[in-house]
Design a protein around this ligand. Structure first.
Ligand code: MG
Length: 452
């Protein structure tokens, strides 16, 4: 058996590689490793209720008790696990992957994804088919009040009066995903007028797909302009990531909106340490430095960001894909918490999102990806490094750093047979030049490795 856990839990196509047999083994292994009380929740995918039931049966077969949340955003399930008296939990989700996929994320008693070492232990239990059966069967319970608790916990972390006084109008694009059941209600409690786009849960993600990328968010952009809204928000399938659309209808990257929030959190004295990844814009470095803070740039992966945040006591973590982690709430990505924090920042600053974004220095980026078989990835990176004409950093893939502050990263995807190429520079032509160069170098390396 190959490595079961990728960058972000276990992913596969139910019935094909994510079979009931494998899911049963995983459920049993999780219960045997983590303990007596295991929470199970899921996103809005068509196969999710079935896989959750397979897990409930597997867990109770070991003698542990299962607590079924049902449909909820991943961060709501994580909060429920962390706040309650549980030994861990499982979230059935494939986040932003296409509809035919599903996946499994394993959380510890604190509601945070288990560390890589525990994933390894679960993997070996899965290979041994989950060990013994329980002497007696466990009980399946229904978990209640999860969404209400989630919303109240977020409200307790922001200045509700300040946000309400601003009378914001917000357009929510849930992408037919799990934030449908919470984000609109949270916003109403924050005194916002709410307009909705793709706020019907549908596992086929017919609206704009489950991955929020600017090119696909045209319905949101149009609605923001048409409604003369102050803000638009677009969540991914399981609701842990968010991209923001300003009042002019422009969608901003996760690194730029995240940098704004870092500026807000650090300048309001809530902490000084930030964790991000080597694929994130230098705009974050700029903001952290300006506030006299500490920044850690680590390998890509939300589990790694969480681990580093807890290790360093970081108040904030962020990813370029719209993942934002706010420790006072929970040290994991949370699309709804991030939305509330953005509204608080705009309310306190008394400024529009477009104006707030304009205050940040402009960094130009280019992003692309190339198909690359899993087994060729390592050799391709070696070949790319040989072609590098400046200082390199190998925290994750190969990052080439130039004296003028420009950089390129060539990085293997942890979840798909792809290699990603990102470039960034203060000059647009330079970002383009570096992007083209490394795209070519990577393409040639993939071809060369394939011939061997
Ligand atoms: Mg997600």
């Amino acid at each position: 058996m190959g490595k079961l856990f990728g960058t972000n839990g276990i992913r596969g196509v139910p019935g094909r590689d994510l079979t009931d047999d494998l899911v049963t083994r995983v459920g049993r292994a999780v219960a045997l490793r983590l303990g007596k009380k295991i929470v199970i929740g899921y996103d809005g995918r068509i196969s999710s209720p079935h896989l959750a039931q397979v897990l409930v049966d597997a867990i109770t077969s070991t003698g542990s008790d299962a607590y079924l949340v049902g449909l909820a955003p991943t961060p709501a399930i994580q909060l429920f696990i962390g706040k309650g008296d549980f030994d861990g939990g499982i979230v059935v989700t494939a986040s932003h992957n296409p509809p035919e996929f599903n996946g499994i994320k394993v959380m510890g008693a604190n509601g945070v994804e288990v560390p890589r070492s525990v994933e390894g232990e679960i993997e070996s239990l899965v290979e041994r088919n989950g060990g013994r059966s329980g002497v007696s069967l466990g009980t399946a319970h229904r978990a209640e009040g999860v969404i209400a608790d989630y919303i109240n916990s977020i409200l307790a972390k922001v200045d509700v009066a300040a946000v309400s006084a601003s009378n914001f109008k917000v357009v929510v694009d849930a992408g037919n995903g799990a934030q449908t059941v919470s984000a609109p209600h949270l916003l109403e409690k924050l005194g916002c007028k709410v307009a909705r786009v793709f706020c019907e849960v549908d596992g086929k993600f017919p609206g704009r797909g489950s991955e929020p990328v600017a090119e696909k968010l045209t319905a949101l952009m149009e609605k923001v302009k048409h409604e003369k809204a102050d803000l638009g928000v677009a969540y991914d399938g399981d609701g842990d990531r968010v991209l923001f659309c300003d009042e002019k209808g422009t969608v901003h990257t996760g690194d730029r909106s995240g940098a704004l929030l870092v500026d807000y959190v650090l300048s309001s004295g809530r902490g000084d340490t930030v964790v991000t990844t080597v694929a994130t814009s230098n705009v974050v470095d700029y903001v952290v430095k300006r506030n006299g803070g500490r920044l850690f740039k680590i390998r890509v992966g939300s589990v790694d960001v969480t681990e580093k945040m807890l290790e360093e006591g970081a108040v904030v973590g962020l990813e370029e894909n719209g993942g934002f982690f706010y420790l006072p709430h929970q040290p994991v990505r949370d699309g709804a918490m991030t939305t509330a924090l953005m509204l608080e920042a705009l309310a306190k600053w008394q400024i529009s999102l477009s104006a707030a974004i304009r205050r940040l220095p402009l960094f130009h980026q280019r992003k692309g990806k190339l198909k690359c078989p899993e087994e060729a990835k390592a050799a391709v990176l070696v070949a790319v490094k040989e072609e590098a004409d400046a200082e390199t950093d190998e925290t994750d893939g190969v990052r080439v750093i130039y004296d003028d502050g420009s950089w390129v990263i060539v990085r293997p995807s942890g979840t798909e047979p792809l290699i990603r190429v990102f470039s960034e520079s203060r000059r647009e032509d330079r970002a383009e030049e570096l992007y083209r160069k490394y795209l070519r170098v990577t393409k040639e390396a993939i071809k060369k490795v394939g011939k061997k």
